[in-house]
Ligand binder design. Sequence first.
Ligand SMILES: Nc1ncnc2c1ncn2[C@@H]1O[C@H](COP(=O)(O)OP(=O)(O)OP(=O)(O)O)[C@@H](O)[C@H]1O
Length: 624
Amino acid sequence: MRTEASPRAVLAARRQFFHDGRPEGPLVASLLPEPILRSWRRCAERGLDSAALPRLEPMTAQELREVAERHDKLRRLCRPEIESLYADAMQTGCVVVLTDASGLILDALGNADFAARAARVALRPGVEWGEGTTGTNAVGTAIVEGRPITVHGAEHYYDPHGILSCSAAPILDPFGQTVGALDLSGPAAVDHRHALGLVRLAVEQIEHRFFDEDFQGRRVLRFQSERELLGTAREGILVFEDDRLVAANRVGLGLVGADWSALGLRRAGELFGEMPRADGTAHLMHTLAGGSLFGRFDGVSSPMSRLTRPAGGPRPGAGPLLRPSDREAVSRAVRMVEADVPVLIRGETGTGKEMVAHEIHRLSERAAGPFVAVNCAAIPETLIESELFGYEDGAFTGARRHGHKGLLRQAEGGVLFLDEIGDMPLGLQSRLLRVLQEREVAPLGGGRPVHVDFALICATHRDLRALVEAGTFRSDLYFRIAHYTLELPALRDLEDRLETVRALWRRLVEDERLSLSERCEARLAAYRWPGNFRQLVGTLRALAALAEPHRPVEAELLPPELSEMATTRPPQLPVAGAMSDATLDVLTVEAMRRALEACGGNVSRAARQLGINRSTLYRRLFNA
Ligand SMILES: Nc1ncnc2c1ncn2[C@@H]1O[C@H](COP(=O)(O)OP(=O)(O)OP(=O)(O)O)[C@@H](O)[C@H]1O
């Protein structure tokens, strides 16, 4: 990843960037590796002062113990690699560092002399090395960039960190979520040229180990182009359930030319000509793209125990992209949830409210409990009460004559997510308030109140305070649920839209041979995105489906409407009634989207299925 820059060149770039106030100066762009420059820009935009000391909030020993316990599985899975890197670190005067997904150091072991010096710049357990707080550094920047990186000496954002040379790689779980980072750090004065390679290999082993633990007895395909690599950490792994791809490692996705967005969408038959027999022995197999591989299929699917993401997090490969400031807000929200304080998420449609709620749940100590999402605007008013609070046997006749536990009780031990809370009818608001105060639910039909234990996250695109003033939302409920409000900005309000477009592309498209041209990126960044992240993600997925290796997607592929729409009002959904042209249009485009999704993003196949040609499908999806 790192293209070498001499220490002197970095110092010159540093002078120009930080001291001469010329961050766009020619030296900066020509002398610095691109990921470092991107990171400096992000830090500068956040207002971090490179000459100051980073603001640190080390944890108490008790807090650290609790965090370590929470990450017990990650630490256990990483132990063999940490031990072998430790031996190396002792000799080369380094420390091995394991962090969680936010960059919080869980373990730091190695050479005592260097560890003591490193501790002076707070490279020690209990301190967060996320890029947002600690500036450009290998751990934080690897997590933000989603790939391994070395940050050497003066490439660090903060001056005092110039004594370090660090190489880190993010650790991804089998669903493509970053769960931590592994780092090897040593003194900048010493050459650590093998550090990045060692860390990468170690992370490959760790990611491979996830599959021994979580997927016993599942339909796991292990494959490689050479038979000898089967059984090693270099083997590709894909896990199927009901024939659908549900988990993978990076090697496996790379071998079939897919990325994390394939999880949950692609079927085995769309990847391979024929699957090998599930007899645990190696067979020759062929990808649909014409490649030959050796594969071994293990295990059988058990229909009784469905595989769900551990902790019920967001759909694989589609976890939220969080800017450093959002990440901090999410960390605070996690602490709120853990302290049983309700969290309110506010943002326009498509800004990621539900994804962020999932993320808060996933990171919280309630992760092992359920995540129950209720869209208050989607359930008919006549049903919402019984759906939420449940009902006793015999409370209703007909189909609902048998009792129902209710969604509040289904969230027991986990998180209840009330989406569009602003649409909750007033009468129900009083009942909800009572439940929150008394922590008890009384089912309809006169059942005994039952104690409930759930954390509450609410979301809305409305201005709840205005609803309170208008008398349609209870003020006491508002004050109960809005102790901590997390605002998700509209995409058009982000200053770093270009960065966001690039970062999302990197997340969605694992195949590094596919890219967007600069003009295309600029057009995407300039657009207003009335549908926010949802719309941008859909657009990038469509572009990825059209992209060809080593040929950056040109802006010409974007229809002119994309930029024209930027200055117009967002299109209004048609009102119910006669089937207007606009309604037909919406339905047509929806059918196209569904077909594209069903075909795993394969535009040609979706077009064939719909009986239209590829360019029509493409044009219509973009014009939507
Ligand atoms: N931060 C993000 N990173 C990556 N993708 C995102 C992000 N936020 C949203 N998305 C994309 O947008 C889609 C919609 O997100 P989500 O349902 O969380 O939005 P929302 O704000 O709850 O929308 P609505 O108000 O319409 O329910 C997601 O499925 C995902 O593809």
